[in-house]
Design a binder for this molecule. Structure first.
Ligand code: SAH
Length: 346
């Protein structure tokens, strides 16, 4: 198979076969990757110019009732420090964020039963009434269809729920038996049906993952057609049974970002914190490979270390303002700029 031909095919048809995608992922050379990167960067520029959307990430809670094998805040990690933010703390994060130019707030957390529909609807409704020009994105894991609907009616605009892996057997190796690929995917279709701008996504290099699995992830994105797709390298956490597993590769993550950009020219594609964690210029590289979103941390500084999904997470020691200044400079150095905009899917 000729990799440049596969890339051309993806450019033209927005897809390729599973075999072609897996072959490309496994065999792409540096010069082929550079050609792919240029096409992906051009595609992103056609869709967004050199503007980067920012989302203020507010990490609500490090309590979680789930036990995903890769995650540092899994229920069975006794060493995890647990915290949850009050409504007042969340609103204070929004206030800081708004002043810094954020027009999207992402409320993410472990699956913490404290945040009932009633409490969450109150929080979302208050944010929307104080900041009507802002979007609220939720990332609270799997909930019932009814719960998703109530939160949507309370004003939530978007929902992030990575599918983690599209392959059911691989999914089963990363999660306890109480969780399933089917339920996750059902949630995603339900979120879309309700009207959320919906984000799926996956980890790159998670344990037992094959190139074929990643090809399945790409094809799943094409099938679901989400408005957003979050991908980042798997990074081991010391207190999980995956502690000794290798982290996901930078090159493979960048290749996947470029492929997603070519397959979905308008998709909102973040250069993730995990990418910035495995290499100092990770987020800049992500943008040069077709990403168009960054998600700086707006959580209260004193809790950032405790939202530890993986080891060595960046930006835990800085205030929101420092993070945004640092990012602005980083983006400027590669010719891009942060914009004050909700950054909806168009
Ligand atoms: N409870 C929410 C939020 C999960 S944390 C939910 O279920 O959606 C957000 C994302 O972090 C996860 O979807 C997962 O893809 C990623 N993540 C978790 N542990 C990780 C690790 N060890 N390395 C890299 N990414 C990880």
């Amino acid at each position: 198979m000729d990799i440049l031909k596969i890339i051309e095919k993806i450019e033209k048809n927005k897809t390729a076969s599973k075999q072609e995608l897996a072959f490309l992922l496994e065999n792409i050379s540096d010069s082929e990757l550079e050609q792919l990167r240029q096409k992906a960067q051009m595609t992103a520029i056609q869709s967004f110019g050199k503007n980067i959307y920012i989302r203020g990430l507010i990490e609500l809670s490090s309590y979680c009732k789930n036990d995903c094998l890769y995650c540092g805040i899994r229920r069975s990690n006794r060493n995890a420090v647990r915290y949850r933010l009050s409504k007042e703390q969340i609103l204070s994060c929004c206030e800081t964020g708004f002043a810094l130019g954020f027009r999207t707030f992402v409320l993410q957390g472990g699956e913490d039963p404290y945040y009932t529909d009633e409490r969450m609807c109150d929080i979302v409704g208050t944010i929307k009434s104080l900041y009507p020009e802002c979007a609220v994105t939720l990332s609270l894991g799997e909930r019932s269809a009814e719960s998703y609907k109530r939160l949507y009616d309370a004003g939530a605009d978007r929902y992030l729920l990575r599918h983690e892996t599209a392959n059911p057997d691989h999914y089963a190796r990363l999660h306890p038996s109480s969780m399933s690929r089917k339920n996750r995917v059902d949630c995603l279709y339900e979120l879309k049906r309700i009207g959320y701008q919906t984000g799926a996504g996956f980890m790159v290099g998670s344990p037992y993952q094959t190139y074929e699995n990643l090809a399945e992830d790409l094809l799943f994105i094409n099938e679901l057609q989400p408005q957003m797709c979050g991908i980042g390298p798997f990074i081991p956490h010391r207190d999980t049974e995956f502690a000794q597993k290798p982290q996901g590769s930078l090159r493979l993550t960048l290749t996947l970002l470029s492929l997603i950009r070519l397959m979905q020219p308008k998709i909102l594609l973040p250069a993730t914190t995990a990418l910035g964690t495995i290499t100092p210029k990770g987020r800049e590289l992500g943008i040069l490979h077709g990403a168009n979103v960054v998600m700086p941390n707006l959580s209260p500084q004193e809790h950032r270390e405790d939202y530890a999904l993986y080891d060595n997470k960046i930006c835990t020691g800085h205030e929101a303002a420092e993070c945004i200044n640092c990012l602005s400079l980083r983006l400027k150095s590669i010719g891009y700029q942060i914009v004050t905009d909700r950054g909806d899917y168009k």
